[in-house]
Design a protein around this ligand. Structure first.
Ligand code: AMP
Ligand code: TRP
Length: 348
């Protein structure tokens, strides 16, 4: 790969991130993404958050459910502290710049790059790739377009998105090199904290995911207090008590996961959790974790339910966010057409 022709320092800092409204959101989405999105609003950098409905349809989505899930995800953002007055919050399909830039990037990115994406390989593992959608294969080019349509410099995500962000950097570098411009920033991923990879409650080697067939594997943002307590009580663990330091969590993925979840929910380090709970049996630690989770998630779930009563208001917020997003992305993508050599008959 060629050397970067532009460093992000030359671009004014701007944060962009996205979540797929392809199912109910989980505690993994909350700790790995939503909670951090809300915190970023206080760092004095412009924040843009997107419900990526066009990514969601790379696998089949029932139209009525997609609409419902998009509103629910918007409610989850707001309930988690993302303030639509301070951040731009919208759904992707309402800003056409994303699809337009994605096409250009489909022509910049190489088949080989896409074929190496572990998410593509995981999602098609053991299946007939002949039958996977072309959109699923091209998914990372649309993600790069999401980010670069705003020349975003920083992208907070969970650990699973690291490779997609490397590809975004490769696309930006290749575009800059191919056209001899310093147009796109080389975006920095922000993967921080104890909960960059929240694991399944049933299997410490798999990430907690809204698409896992077992509902027991995850805490949904819509789960009530009883369900949360039950799921933590039944979470897979080993028979040993909690250790007193991080070394003692080696080769104990399920125990490590519960400690990390506790730390992220309490806003303390995993070391501190072990200082306080080292020596405890899971019989005692799990109820403490469940109580903590209910005290943090309960108000968020209640606020989500309240917001969901007024779908028209959610749609209004998304529309307003889309207008503000479009005002940034439109001129950036218009200039891309110009760089690429496409005739623009009307002044931009
Ligand atoms: P997705 O649900 O795949 O659209 O992911 C939306 C955001 O949540 C991305 O930043 C992911 O990295 C993050 N995320 C999803 N699942 C997890 C998890 N189990 N642990 C931490 N972050 C996650
Ligand atoms: N691919 C991301 C995920 O599944 C979602 C996403 C789409 C995204 N576009 C993005 C995340 C842009 C960050 C920035 O989690």
């Amino acid at each position: 790969m060629a050397e970067p022709v532009q460093t992000p320092q030359a671009f004014s800092p701007r944060i962009f991130s996205g979540i797929q409204p392809s199912g109910g959101l989980t505690l993994g989405n909350y700790l790995g993404a939503l909670k951090r999105f809300a915190e970023k609003q206080n760092e004095g950098i412009e924040t843009i958050y997107c419900l990526v409905d066009m990514h969601a349809i790379t696998v089949w989505q029932d139209p009525a459910k997609l609409r419902q899930q998009t509103r629910e995800a918007a409610a989850a953002f707001i309930a988690s502290g993302v303030d639509p007055a301070r951040s731009i919050l919208f759904n992707q399909s309402q800003v056409t710049a994303h699809a337009e830039l994605a096409w250009i990037f489909n022509c910049v990115a190489r088949m080989g790059w896409m074929g190496r994406m572990t998410q593509w390989k995981d999602k098609t593992a053991g299946k007939d790739t002949e039958n996977a959608s072309l959109g699923l294969f091209a998914y990372p080019a649309l993600m790069a377009a999401d980010i670069l349509a705003y020349k975003a410099t920083h992208v907070p995500v969970g650990d699973d998105q690291k490779q997609h962000l490397e590809l975004t950097r490769d696309i930006a570098m290749k575009f800059n090199n191919d056209f001899g411009v310093n147009y796109f920033p080389i975006t920095e991923p922000m993967i921080e904290g104890a909960a960059t990879r929240v694991m399944s409650l049933r299997d410490g080697s798999k990430k907690m995911s809204k698409s896992d067939p077992s509902d027991q594997s995850r805490i949904n943002l819509t789960d009530d207090a009883d369900t949360i307590a039950k799921k933590f009580r039944k979470a897979k663990t080993d028979p040993e008590p909690l250790p007193h330091d991080l070394d003692g969590l080696k080769d104990r993925p399920e125990a490590r996961n519960l400690v990390n979840i506790y730390a992220a929910l309490a806003g303390i380090t995993p070391e501190k959790v072990l200082e306080d709970h080292g020596g405890a049996q899971f019989g005692a630690f799990k109820p403490a974790l469940a109580d903590l989770a209910v005290s943090v998630m309960g108000p968020i779930t209640a606020e989500m339910n309240r917001l969901m009563q007024d779908a028209a208001e959610i749609d209004r917020i998304l529309g307003e966010g889309a207008d503000r997003a479009n005002a940034i992305a439109r001129p950036i993508v218009d200039q891309v057409y110009d760089i690429v050599g496409m005739i623009r008959s009307r002044p931009v």
